[in-house]
Ligand binder design. Sequence first.
Ligand code: SF4
Length: 380
Amino acid sequence: MAGIYIHIPFCKQACSYCDFYFLTRQQLREPFLEALLKEIYAYKETPYTSEIITSVYLGGGTPSLLNEKQLTSIFTALDEVFKLDPVEVTMELNPDDVTADYLNMIRKLGVNRASMGVQSFQEEILTFMHRAHSREEALNALDLLKKEDFPAFTADLIYGNPGQTPAMLKADIEQLLAFNPPHISAYSLTVEPKTRLGRQVDLGRITPPDDEEVAAHFDLVHTLLGSAGIFQYEVSNFAKPGKEAVHNSSYWTHENYLGFGPSAHSFWRDGHEAKRWKNKPDIKQYIEKKPDEFTDEIELLDKRTLAEERIMLGLRMVKGISEDNLQKSYQFKFSEKQLEWIDLQEEKEMLTFKNGNLKLTTAGLKLSDMLVVDLLSKGD
Ligand code: SF4
């Protein structure tokens, strides 16, 4: 079982906080598409096509800028090269691109899960984020998903925005809950250095909320979603039971995936060998060079690195990681020092370690990055 990720690097405008790889110039869309198809077809009859593809994810950028012909060519190429039997085909949509016809078109192409980039329903926050859509467009897009009976959807929310009060966040969550979403991704606003937001923070024009305010926002998200039956299953992801994302879960559990398009990552483990590689975030090279020339160096991953990654990713999930799995898959055992640290954190109620299953508590998940670094630093 494996997944496929396709990065569509075009956006209408640059959101102030975003550090993904994207371009706002649209002229290169057709040459990009040709290069993308070339990259997909380059996999034909390679060992990577032996596994059944159980999830496909079109992300970006803004995949919903692509038209029917362009999307059809991508799905046709995937179908001709890989053994597709996906339980989940997700496509990121920006609310301002969504119409009933567009939803029906992507559904006919096999997309069965829409990932709606809502972020907020407050005009002032959308303006601060420099999003291309308005509150009305977000409401309309979610409404259309319901009216058109789209099989599944998720919506993104961003909390911890400067000037965002708990009341504003509560209004956003309640507005979203009115659409009965099966899944929500909620992220705290991150200030990335090379973004417009990063520059404004550097210049002192914007002051992000402090950690306590952000933690209070997270608590609000956690409580309100939990009371609506939408439970946290990963640091930033919440779902009704059984509606967890298949594709993203495969990243956290080390399943194989192939990434296409500039900046896309791939991970492949075959028997004893595991490797990761990344396409350069450079559309010019992507268009001009041969598929094997725009890949950054392949990184070979040894068992220890894999085990540490698995711990890092697994502890982001509410269900945690099993000692048994670490032992069987990576011949990894916690060191004495790590076991002592685990005992200590258990006393502090940051984690639990029962029947060989290590998982962070809700309090621990808020500090997951720090805790994981601490745990790994105690390895032999
Ligand atoms: S639409 Fe998405 S990918 Fe594009 S700039 Fe905004 S956040 Fe980034």
